[in-house]
Design a protein around this ligand. Sequence first.
Ligand code: ADP
Ligand code: ZN
Length: 703
Amino acid sequence: MENQTQTLLKKVFGFEKFRPLQEEIINRTINGKDSFVLMPTGGGKSMCFQIPALVFDGITIVVSPLISLMKDQVQALKSNGIKADFFNSSISSQEENEVINKAINGDLQLLYLSPEKLISVRNTWLQQLNIKLVAIDEAHCVSMWGHDFRPEYTQLKVFRKTLPEVPFMALTATADKSARKDIEEQLGLTNSKLFISSFDRKNLSIEVRGQVPKKKKLQEIVNFIKRRKDESGIIYCLSRKNTEEVASYLKQEGHSVAFYHAGMNHEEREKTQTDFINDDTKIIVATIAFGMGIDKSNVRFVIHYNLPKNLEGYYQEIGRAGRDGLPSETMLYYNMRDFVLYSQFADEGANTAMQKEKLNRMLQFAEAKSCRRKILLSYFGEHLTENCGNCDVCENPPKDFEGTILSQKALSGIARMKEKDGITMLINVLRGSNNADIHAKQYFNLKTYGIGKDVSFFDWRDYIIQMANQGLIEIMYAESSALKITPIGWKVLKGEKTIRLTTPVSAEDKNKLQKPAKSTTIGETNHDLFAELKKIRYTIAKEEKMPAYIIFNDKSLKLMASELPTTENEFLAISGVGMNKMEKYGEEFMSIIRKFKNVARPRKIPTTQKTFNLFKEGLHPAEIAERRNLSITTIFSHLSQLFTEGKEIELEKYVTKQTVDQVRVLFNELGRKMELKPIYDKLNEQVSYSEIRLSIALIQKNE
Ligand code: ADP
Ligand code: ZN
């Protein structure tokens, strides 16, 4: 059986080996037992029920609430030669009947349904099917604890009871401990085993930038996108208005971009989403409403234009990048205004305390000075032992220094201003600024006025926020963000406690450190070829009316562009190429690779140039031949070609005038064709091919 599942993985999906836990889950399912699969987005959950579905002699029912996803998944399965279909509200009753007939006749391996559909057909034709497995995707929807509760899901338990012998599989990417129990209970899973894979998505780089003014933020984003030409990405904004503004700014700059938010009607949203999936729009600027029903594997970057509300949302959103496993980038921008705004929202809504706590954790993450992935994963209960090396903090670790005196200056400023003002006023006082507010409050009389002149505004801000993070001061958001000194802060002010601060890293420094797009620097991928392959993929996708990444994902194309497969076996060895795709698309892609190989060779190895370089060094043709391990004839033919191209070479040195004259006569007699053999023969093999070639070059050049 192990061999069978392994073979299916390779033959059908084109993958070499299972990811952690997949095989165990698959075997358990084939043995008829229930499982609960908790894996991050892009972790490879679908494979866990798709392989058993191919092994079983019967049908697998997949319940999913995301209608747009169903269509993509079914297309992806079909493209691998699997018999799969789906129902949703968009198909006609005739199409529906066709699907039902196929299912009843045993002509389907997988059938995707929404929960409401399943419930409504449960007692009709569904009873005639030979159901071997039921997979419940987005299983957290059954739990009232979660944020996506769907009442229809609660009826699935009844369905489960009608099929006591059939294995059920619940799958989700989000469920904390209390929700997990609830899900098992609500779905009536008996003796199910919980499988949790690591939530670490190593291929996602993490970067955070704070306090970047709007104009600069937009400029940075434009630069970022420019360096990632033609790559897909998502930019998340807090408000609908923001999405439209940012999108129009990027459009002005000539980018392929659209906005997406809940204020648009259903059709507009659908179209925007489809264009993105099909690579017709590269960048989407969206509120968090975007992304739920999207399986697009080649999203190369996710940018947060504002601070997300909590780490759960943030992690889910950045998780939409890099599902294909290729390096992908995430960037979070935040400023205190976002934080204050959210705090106010939280005050007005329900669950205030919990929401505020989550928001605080989000801010702590954004302002962290240690490995961000460590912080993020520990929030989800996973503890990394090593720093990740793929976040901005790891790549540019902060340096710390004795910061007690600096802190005392700020604390003393706060105390003298009677804890009534916010960060900006404090910094202006410390720096001795001369503005109307300071005059109105007569702050220039304070002892602390101007004692922090030597520190820039930007750095002061960073230090004060560090002080807040270390618990020296508190920002009172409910009191116009006035700064208050905490008991620890008083201790520092009185000299009873010391503290350390870290040197701020300005956005400029980060920009300087910014490497080119990660996704384009890996491997030996040939970019021209990769672009060509992408083009043909796009053309085929249009013809077949399906998303391009379903034909081959970016990872497969990159591998093709570096491995250059030109035979069926070589092509099948590319990850993501199964038998079906090999047969369907192999020839088309390989012919491009072959053409590329043929053209690339002389371009890649400018052999005449190498000869010329040695020639310029003063080497004799015979020495060049020896050095390059080529025949002397070849070297002379290089020299002839270089001479014809106008390079300065005294060919006359290598051939006598008499020979040139002999060759000229015959060359003219033979209609000036570039054929050496007849001349060679007519000269009774007395003149070498090299001399003939040199002669012709001289003859042509001198006329
Ligand atoms: P999830 O449903 O957990 O978000 P998917 O099932 O969509 O994730 O899988 C994410 C990607 O990983 C898909 O492109 C899938 O083809 C790929 N994948 C799954 N299993 C493997 C494997 N064993 N080897 C290589 N790629 C895999
Ligand atoms: Zn790190």
